[in-house]
Design a protein around this ligand. Structure first.
Ligand code: AMP
Length: 293
């Protein structure tokens, strides 16, 4: 672990640019110079797995903490999104990352996010799955991520497979815009009962929390049943979705099996395949997925 005094909180773009310039010298060729872990804070062990990987792999690591209003719809949970900044800084410090970039909304969107230039990824990736239920969400994500890339200029950026569609879209944006960095995906970290760690889990009631592991169980059921060949993929998805929806706390948004490279829905089970689910559990929207290779 690096010394705790090394972690700095930086709030402005200008100061980030000064920091980036200070670490500009090419380091040893065996390690990337700068790694970035973009987050919205309320950090948990899923985030910290990304940060620890970045610290192992890069000479300098910045963790951004920014709840990005552009990616929230008008009726979504921007205001009630959990914010635990002091504890976040402590965790980042313990993990040995050098910088926490924590800009105010006015730093990134001085004229308001509504009128800011936006980055729009292809509709075949952004308009389905979560995009269908959260119009404009991925445009908010790609815009803020490109801004963070432009400010931090990382050699490597780390994202969780937990947000599989987001990861796919960011990889595609980076390729299409020839961004000079590697986008690295990190496997999902789960609770003992299979629930994927998420900042939103704290908003579940205790009854909802007990039920929440059904999401992961559903994904495993679809994997096993569809690969066994006992039923068609369509039948399995129908049965599994129906079962989830019948539980009183759940309201299913989608359950699909897709090609992991293109996110095109599959007609028959195959490998590789990614099974993706989104559901509301009470007022909390949860997503999860299972990559079958
Ligand atoms: P967020 O703060 O929710 O925007 O997440 C920041 C990053 O952490 C994203 O790349 C997420 O995919 C990743 N992440 C969130 N939860 C997990 C998890 N349970 N396991 C691995 N990565 C995660």
């Amino acid at each position: 672990m690096r010394s705790s005094t090394e972690t700095r909180v930086i709030e402005t773009i200008a100061d980030m640019r000064v920091w980036r310039e200070s670490v500009r010298q090419p380091g040893e060729k065996d390690k990337p110079q700068v790694g970035l872990v973009p987050t919205m804070g309320a950090l948990h062990d899923g985030h910290m797995t990304l940060v620890r990987k970045a610290v192992r792999e890069c000479r300098h690591v910045a963790v951004s903490i920014f709840v990005n209003p552009m990616q929230f719809g008008p009726n979504e949970d921007f205001d009630r999104y959990p914010r635990t900044f002091e504890n976040d800084v402590k965790l980042v410090r313990e993990a040995g990352a050098e910088v926490v970039f924590h800009p105010a909304v006015t730093q990134l969107y001085p004229d308001g996010h509504g009128v800011a230039t936006k980055v729009v990824a292809p509709g075949d990736l952004t308009e389905r799955l979560c995009g269908q239920h959260r119009p404009g969400h991925f445009t908010g994500v790609t815009t803020v991520v490109l801004k963070l890339f432009s400010i931090v200029q990382p050699d490597v950026a780390y994202f969780g497979e937990k947000d599989f569609q987001q990861l796919t879209i960011i990889k595609r944006m980076s390729k299409d815009l020839d961004l000079p960095l590697d986008v690295v995906g990190v496997p999902t970290v789960r609770e003992i009962d299979g629930l994927a760690l998420s900042s939103r889990n704290v908003n579940l009631t205790s009854t909802e929390r007990k039920r929440a592991s059904e999401l992961y169980k559903t994904l495993c059921f679809v994997r096993e049943e569809s690969l066994s060949g006992r039923r068609t993929l369509e039948e399995v998805l129908h049965v599994a979705g129906d079962r989830l929806n019948k539980m009183p706390e759940f309201s299913l948004q989608y359950l699909e099996a897709c090609d992991p490279a293109t996110l095109v829905p599959l007609k028959t089970a195959q490998t590789p395949m990614v099974i993706l689910v989104a559901a509301k559990l009470g007022s909390v929207r949860l997503i999860d997925n299972l990559l079958v290779t």
